[in-house]
Design a protein around this ligand. Structure first.
Ligand code: BGC
Length: 787
C-alpha cells in the first residue's frame, strides 16, 4: 500500500505514495499526506467522498467550546476539497467499476499532492483522472485544486458539483452557526460561518475555472444552496481523448487572523470583501502560477533547513524530510498567540491542544533551525501566563501553574472523561489535567533552552524571566513538608509515565521542580548584579527579595531520589520498584499501541511495573550533566523492558539516550521504530492525526542523538556518533545568531560557519574545547570516548 519512493530522477527521499486504493486505510493516508502551512492544515481526503473518511480542515488557534461541559477544540472548517463527479450520469467512485491503475503521492519538495487513476465504469467507458492539490506556502490562506478528466474510449458527459460544504462537524459536535451563503457573478462562492461560543468568523471563498485541452471553457454552472452549503454544478461534453480540467482556487480567512484581530467584529463585510478580492486576484494568476509561487517558498525552506543522511536504508532520509515537512505544517510560525497541537493541524485527536510535547519535543527543532519561530513558541507561553496564574490560584497555589492541555487562554483544557475503563464499564477519569504537573517546569525549561540557544536577552527581559520566576513560585508553594523525614515532597502526581497515577515523588517531577527553583534563583541573582533595572521591575511585581530568601531555605530540602549505590537505579517514584512484575511480552510485541488497556484498568496498571513511555530517561536527557553515564545506562536497561512505548514520545527519547550511553546500534533500532510511528506500514497508526511530538522526536534522534547536539549552560556541544548504517550526516544549525553547517562522516566532523561573525565561537566536541572561526575539522577517532 505505501511506497517510499517516487518515479522521477531526484525524487529519492522525497515521495510518499499510496499505490492502491483501499477505503479501509483512508485515514492513515489523510494524515500522513496532509498539507498545510502552519496557518491551516488540510487532511488529504480524496475529492470523491467515502464512508470512513475524515474530511478535516483546521485553522490554527480558532478554538471553540461546543457546550459548557466540554473543553474547547479546533473546529473542523467547511470543506472545499470535495468534488462530486458524475461520468455519463454515473458517480465516480472507486469502490465501483474497475481500477486499472492508481497512484497517489505527496511530494515533500513542494508539498504537492497528486493522484492518477485509470478507471473503467460498469458500462466499459474508460477514464483517466488526475488530481493535483497544494496549500500555498507563499499565501497562507490559499488552496489550489486541479482535476483533469479524460474519457479515453468514448465521448462522455462530465458533471462536476463543487463548492463549499459547511456541514462538517468534530465527531458530531457542530461548532458553527448556520452562516451566510453567497454566489457572486455566477462563479465565486462564499460561505461565512461563525463559531458558536468563541464568535470567530470563518470566511470560505472559492472560484472555478474550466478548460478543455488547455482552452478556457465558458460553461454556465447551475447554482444551488442547501443547508450550510453553496454549490455549482458544471456539465461538460467531452470527446474521447479530450482533457477536461477544473481548477478550483479556494481561501479561508478568519476574524482572528492577525491582520484582522484588531478590528471589531462588525467589520465582517470588509473581511468578506477582502477574501473575495483575494480569490479574484489569485484566479487571475491561475493555478500554475500560484503553485509555482508556493513551490519557490518550499525551495527556500529546504535550502535553509535540509538535512542529508547517507544511509544504507533510504527510508532514513525520507523520514527526516517527512519530519521537517510536518514540523512546518504543524507550527503557527505566523502568530505567537497559538502554539502546536499534539496532532498538529492534521486531525481531531487531542482537540488541537498544546502539551509538554511543544517544549520538550518540537521546540528544539526550531531552536536549532529557525530561532524566529522558536521565539513565537516561547512567546506563546507568556501570552498564556495569566491563565496559568489563574490555575495556580484556583488550586490554592502561588505563581503560575501551566495547564496540562492548553489552548489560547492558558487555562486548563484537559477533558475529564476518556476511553472505557474495562473493569468498571464507565469512561475513564482523566487525571492529567489535575495532577500531571511537570508541565510547569517543562515550560520553564523551554524558555531557558530558548535563551541558551539564541542568547535572546530581549525575550528574557520582556517575558522569559517572568515565566521562570512565576513557575518557580508555583513549585515553592506546591512542595509538601514531611515532618518525619524533614524533606519536601511532591505527592499525588502523574509523571511522564501516564500508567502511574497518584504517585509520590516522581523523580522527573521532583528534579524538574528543583531545577526550576534553582534556575529562578540563579536568574534573580544574576539580574540583581547585572541588570538592576530588570531586577527592580520584577522585584516590585513579585517581591523578589523575599522569594529568594524563601527559595534558599526550601530548595536544599527538596527530596531528590538518588541512584542506589549498588544498582544505580533511581526509583521512578516512591513505590514503582516494589510493584508487581508481570510478563509484558504480549504487549511489547503488539501491532497497535495501548493493547494493555483492553486487559487492565488504569487503577490496575498503577500496581504493576509497567511504563507507558520514557519517564526518568527524559530527565537524563534534559539535565544530562546531573547524572553519570553509568547511572543512565543502568536505568535504561531496567526501565526499557518495562516500557510499552504506548506513547509515541517514548522511542525517540530512548534512541537519544542509547546514543548517550554509547550504544549506537540500539539507538539506531529505536530510531528506526520512532521513524515509523506515523510513516510506517501500520495502516491505522495515525488515523486521528500525526504524532507531533514523535515527528519532533525524529529530528531530535537524528540531530541531538546521532548528531550529538546539546546546549549546556551556554556552550554548544557536539558529540556525534553515527550508526553503522550511515555513511554521513549533514545538518544546518542555528546557534546564538550564527548559522553553522555540520557534516559528520565516519571519521571526521566538519563545522562550517555560514554567517560572517567576527568573534570566535566556543564549541565542546566530545568533551574537548574548540574555537570556531570559519571552519574546523575534527578527527573523530581521536576525540571519541572509547566503549
Ligand atoms: C502522552 C503524553 C503526551 C500526550 C500528547 C499522551 O499519550 O502520554 O506524554 O503529552 O499524549 O501527545
Amino acid at each position: 500500500m505505501i511506497e517510499y519512493k517516487g518515479k522521477d530522477h531526484g525524487s529519492a527521499g522525497w515521495i510518499i505514495a499510496e499505490n492502491a486504493f483501499d477505503a479501509r486505510y483512508l485515514a492513515k493516508f489523510e494524515t500522513i499526506l496532509c498539507q498545510g502551512n502552519g496557518y491551516l492544515g488540510l487532511r488529504a481526503t480524496t475529492e470523491e467522498a467515502y464512508t470512513g473518511e475524515r474530511r478535516n480542515m483546521f485553522v490554527a488557534g480558532t478554538y471553540n467550546r461546543f457546550a459548557n461541559q466540554e473543553v474547547t477544540e479546533l473546529p473542523n472548517a467547511a470543506d472545499m476539497v470535495r468534488l462530486d463527479i458524475s461520468l455519463n450520469g454515473v458517480p465516480f467512485h472507486l469502490e465501483k467499476g474497475t481500477i486499472h491503475a492508481y497512484r497517489r503521492e505527496l511530494d515533500l519538495r513542494q508539498g504537492e499532492l497528486r493522484r492518477e487513476i485509470l478507471w473503467e465504469d460498469e458500462a466499459g467507458v474508460q477514464y483517466k483522472l488526475c488530481f493535483r492539490r497544494f496549500v500555498s506556502l507563499r499565501d497562507r490562506h490559499l488552496i489550489g485544486i486541479r482535476a483533469e478528466i479524460t474519457p479515453l474510449n468514448q465521448d462522455a458527459e462530465i458533471t462536476i458539483r463543487s463548492g463549499i460544504n459547511g456541514q462538517m462537524a468534530n465527531s458530531g459536535a457542530q461548532h458553527f452557526l448556520e452562516g451566510e451563503r453567497r454566489i457572486f457573478d455566477q462563479e465565486l462562492l462564499q460561505l461565512t460561518a461563525t463559531t458558536t461560543e468563541s464568535g470567530i468568523d470563518f470566511v470560505h471563498t472559492c472560484l472555478h475555472h474550466l478548460s478543455k485541452d488547455g482552452t478556457r471553457l465558458n460553461v454556465s454552472p447551475a447554482p444551488a444552496m442547501e443547508r450550510r452549503k453553496v454549490l455549482l454544478t458544471y456539465k461538460i461534453k467531452a470527446e474521447a481523448g479530450k482533457r477536461i480540467t477544473l481548477d478550483k482556487i479556494a481561501t479561508v480567512h478568519t476574524s482572528i487572523d492577525l491582520e484582522w484581530s484588531d478590528h471589531p467584529v462588525a467589520n465582517l463585510p470588509a473581511l468578506q470583501e477582502t477574501a473575495r478580492d483575494h480569490v479574484w486576484q489569485a484566479a487571475i494568476k491561475g493555478f500554475d502560477q500560484l503553485f509555482a509561487e508556493s513551490e519557490q517558498a518550499w525551495k527556500r525552506q529546504w535550502t535553509d533547513s535540509r538535512i542529508e543522511i547517507r544511509s544504507k536504508d533510504p527510508f532514513d532520509q525520507l523520514a527526516v524530510h517527512f519530519a521537517q515537512y510536518h514540523l512546518l505544517l504543524m507550527t503557527p510560525a505566523h502568530d505567537s498567540r497559538f502554539s502546536v497541537g499534539a496532532k498538529g493541524l492534521t486531525g481531531e485527536g487531542y482537540k488541537g491542544h498544546v502539551f509538554w510535547d511543544t517544549e520538550i519535543f518540537i521546540m528544539p527543532y526550531f531552536l536549532y533551525t529557525d530561532p524566529q519561530t522558536a521565539r513565537k513558541l516561547a512567546e506563546y507561553r507568556y501570552h498564556t501566563l495569566n491563565g496559568a496564574r489563574k490555575k495556580a490560584k484556583d488550586n490554592g497555589y502561588r505563581g503560575a501553574m501551566y495547564p496540562w492541555e492548553s489552548a489560547v487562554t492558558g487555562e486548563e483544557e484537559t477533558p475529564e472523561w476518556g476511553p472505557v475503563d474495562v473493569v468498571a464499564g464507565t469512561p475513564t477519569y482523566i487525571w492529567t489535567g489535575k495532577i500531571e504537573q511537570h508541565i510547569t517546569a517543562d515550560v520553564a525549561y523551554g524558555v531557558w533552552h530558548y535563551y541558551q540557544a539564541t542568547g535572546d536577552q530581549e525575550y528574557m527581559d520582556r517575558y522569559g524571566y517572568e515565566i521562570i520566576l512565576e513557575t518557580a513560585a508555583f513549585w515553592a508553594s506546591r512542595l509538601e513538608w514531611s515532618e518525619e523525614d524533614q524533606k519536601y515532597y511532591i505527592c499525588d502526581v502523574i509523571g511522564p509515565d501516564e500508567y502511574k497515577e497518584h504517585v509520590n515523588n516522581n523523580a522527573f517531577t521532583n528534579y524538574m521542580a528543583y531545577w526550576n527553583i534553582t534556575k529562578a534563583m540563579e536568574c534573580a541573582r544574576q539580574l540583581m548584579h547585572a541588570q538592576s533595572d530588570v531586577y527592580s521591575a520584577l522585584d516590585s511585581k513579585f517581591a523578589l527579595a523575599e522569594r529568594l530568601m524563601e527559595w534558599e531555605e526550601i530548595v536544599k530540602l527538596i527530596y531528590l531520589p538518588q541512584p542506589d549505590p549498588d544498582t544505580l537505579l533511581i526509583p521512578q517514584d516512591d513505590t514503582y520498584l516494589h510493584k508487581q512484575v508481570v510478563d509484558l511480552e504480549k504487549y511489547r510485541n503488539q501491532e497497535i499501541v495501548a493493547t494493555i488497556l483492553a486487559d487492565y484498568s488504569m487503577t490496575q496498571l498503577s500496581d504493576i511495573q509497567v511504563s507507558k513511555q520514557a519517564d526518568i530517561l527524559v530527565l537524563f536527557y534534559l539535565l544530562e550533566d546531573w547524572f553519570s553515564r553509568e547511572t543512565k545506562a543502568a536505568n535504561w536497561h531496567y526501565y526499557e523492558p518495562k516500557t510499552l512505548h504506548d506513547s509515541s514520545l517514548s522511542l525517540s527519547t530512548h534512541s537519544i539516550l542509547a546514543c548517550d550511553v554509547n550504544d549506537v546500534e540500539l539507538a539506531y533500532q529505536m530510531f528506526a521504530k520512532a521513524a515509523r510511528v506515523d510513516l510506517g506500514t501500520n495502516l491505522h497508526s495515525c488515523d486521528e492525526g500525526i504524532h507531533a511530538a514523535s515527528i519532533g522526536g525524529i529530528w531530535k534522534a537524528v540531530v541531538m542523538g546521532f548528531g550529538g547536539v546539546r546546549s549546556w549552560e551556554g556552550t554548544l556541544r557536539l558529540n556525534p556518533k553515527l550508526p553503522p548504517a550511515w555513511e554521513s550526516l549533514s545538518y544546518p544549525l542555528s546557534w546564538r545568531s550564527e548559522r553553522l553547517q555540520v557534516k559528520i562522516t565516519r571519521d571526521k566532523l566538519l563545522v562550517e560557519r555560514l554567517t560572517s561573525g567576527t568573534g570566535q565561537l566556543n564549541l565542546s566536541i566530545h568533551g574537548q574545547s574548540y574555537l570556531l572561526k570559519d571552519r574546523i575539522v575534527v578527527d573523530l577517532e581521536e576525540v571519541m570516548p572509547s566503549e
